[in-house]
Design a protein around this ligand. Structure first.
Ligand SMILES: O=C(O)C1=C[C@@H](OP(=O)(O)O)[C@@H](O)[C@H](O)C1
Ligand SMILES: C=C(OP(=O)(O)O)C(=O)O
Length: 437
């Protein structure tokens, strides 16, 4: 289920950018930073504030999950106040389609005194989580998942968790590691997580977890590859200011590229652990001019959109937007290292191959990526499979190609409030582009 946006048609006629756009945008906060900040605040030794929190489906589900456990989370304003409470009750958690809720909350629920049951959207039952549940058992938590290794499951907390050393295969998702680290300081022995398997994807997201834990005064040893040790101790209360979501900047910066215009994202951080920062390099390699200006990060389309050969293993969540640009590029592309995105909101490799191919793209699906060659695109319905980033990909192609209809654009509500309205607003004539309304 996605948050419906009342006035938006379904399928949504993606507005064309018939003229170069020239806009400065303020983007909503980062999902990854907001949901980590909420979990850490709920486990901390006093009240915290999450400033400029992202208000979207994934983050309101996280707030609801922590409230159900016993925290007080006031989401009424732009700054969300979190007061930790005793996790002294049975609770129910709706994960929706949020990987961060399904993976980050169970290790916290292990600290509860009660039965915490988890379920989510239909597709969420196929997204991987079994490694986290198995790790929790090793660390002393009782989990009932009917041997499915998937939703629905129940964590039976006893009020404390022994913790200790655990081996996890995190090749399917970095979130398995982040999940155990976020709660690990509150375990009696802390937690010492070792990865054994194919390389862990999305490593910047683990660096983000480690950095935020340290900001909360937690000692983390990540000096050896594939090992993260969190010392037991309190998680200090702390106010966080949430950065704009740099991964969600992808479609907006892509709009500069496809329209030959200029898009500036305000408040682009000088230093960040967000994976989306890789867009600076990726877009310049595709032929855009990328520069820091006083207002933020400016990307200017130069009229040339080149294909790219890129290993996106660390930044898989950028793959849909980058693939959409590759479909519009004037030379071939190869996107590699992203087998794990088959376990994201949908099988993104299959979905991108099907939907870009349906609009005429010359795309070949590989076990761990996609290759694309230049081909003339045409209009048609672009299905999104409840995946916000598929919807972004459809919007990007639709900005460049007549007659693209994006099905269920409201699915963008997972991480971006009123994406369709915001996007269309950028393409209004006042902004230098001719958009159908
Ligand atoms: O920890 C996080 O906030 C995230 C980690 C990554 O997950 P995977 O490691 O499953 O790719 C990323 O793709 C996802 O959007 C957010
Ligand atoms: C993979 C993603 O989300 P999730 O946090 O649900 O895993 C994503 O946002 O691209």
């Amino acid at each position: 289920m996605t948050t419906p946006t009342a006035t938006v048609l379904d399928p949504w006629p993606a507005p064309r950018a018939t003229d170069p756009v020239d806009v400065v945008v303020t983007l909503p906060g980062s999902k990854s930073l907001t949901n980590r900040a909420l979990v850490l605040a709920a486990l901390a030794d006093g009240p915290s504030v999450v400033r400029r929190a992202l208000r979207s489906r994934d983050t309101t589900l996280m707030a609801a999950a922590l409230t159900s456990l016993g925290s007080v989370v006031d989401t009424s304003g732009e700054d969300w106040a979190v007061t930790p409470g005793a996790f002294d009750r049975d609770a129910t958690v709706d994960c929706g389609l949020a990987g961060t809720v399904m993976r980050f909350v169970p290790p916290a629920a292990g600290l509860a005194r009660g039965a915490v049951s988890f379920d989510g959207d239909p597709h969420m039952r196929s997204r991987p989580v079994g490694e986290v549940l198995a790790a929790l058992r090793t660390l002393g938590v009782s989990v009932d998942d009917g041997d499915r290794g998937a939703l629905p499951f129940t964590v039976h907390g006893t009020g404390s968790v022994r913790g200790g050393t655990v081996v996890v295969d995190a090749s399917a998702s970095s979130q398995f590691i982040s999940a155990l680290l976020l709660a690990g300081a509150r375990y009696d022995l802390g937690v010492d997580v070792r990865h054994d398997g194919k390389p862990v994807p999305s490593l910047p997201h683990i660096d983000m977890t480690v950095a935020m834990l340290r900001e909360h005064g937690v000692a983390v040893d990540d000096s050896d590859p594939n090992r993260w040790a969190v010392a037991p101790g309190p998680i200090r209360a702390l106010d966080h200011v949430i950065e704009p979501d740099l991964s969600n900047a992808a479609p907006f910066l892509a709009l500069a590229a496809v329209s030959g215009g200029s898009v500036t994202v305000r408040d682009w951080p000088q230093h960040t652990t967000q994976a989306g920062d890789a867009l600076r390099d990726l877009l310049s390699r595709m032929g855009c001019a990328v520069e820091r200006v006083d207002a933020g990060l400016r990307v200017t389309g130069t009229g040339t959109l080149e294909g790219i050969d890129a290993d996106l293993h660390d930044v898989g969540e950028l793959a849909p937007a980058v693939a959409a640009l590759c479909a519009l590029a004037s030379s071939p592309s190869h996107l590699r290292g992203i087998a794990h995105i088959r376990g994201h909101e949908t099988d993104r490799l299959a979905a991108l191959a099907t939907e870009l191919g349906g609009l005429g793209a010359d795309v070949v699906e590989h076990a761990d990526g996609l290759s694309l060659r230049p081909a003339p695109l045409h209009g048609g319905v672009f299905h999104t499979y409840a995946d916000h980033r598929m919807a972004h990909a459809g919007a990007i192609v639709g900005a460049a190609v007549d007659g693209v209809l994006v099905e269920d654009i409201a699915t963008t509500g997972k991480t971006f409030p009123d994406f369709a309205g915001f996007w269309s607003g950028l393409l209004e004539p006042a902004h230098g582009a001719d958009a159908p309304r």
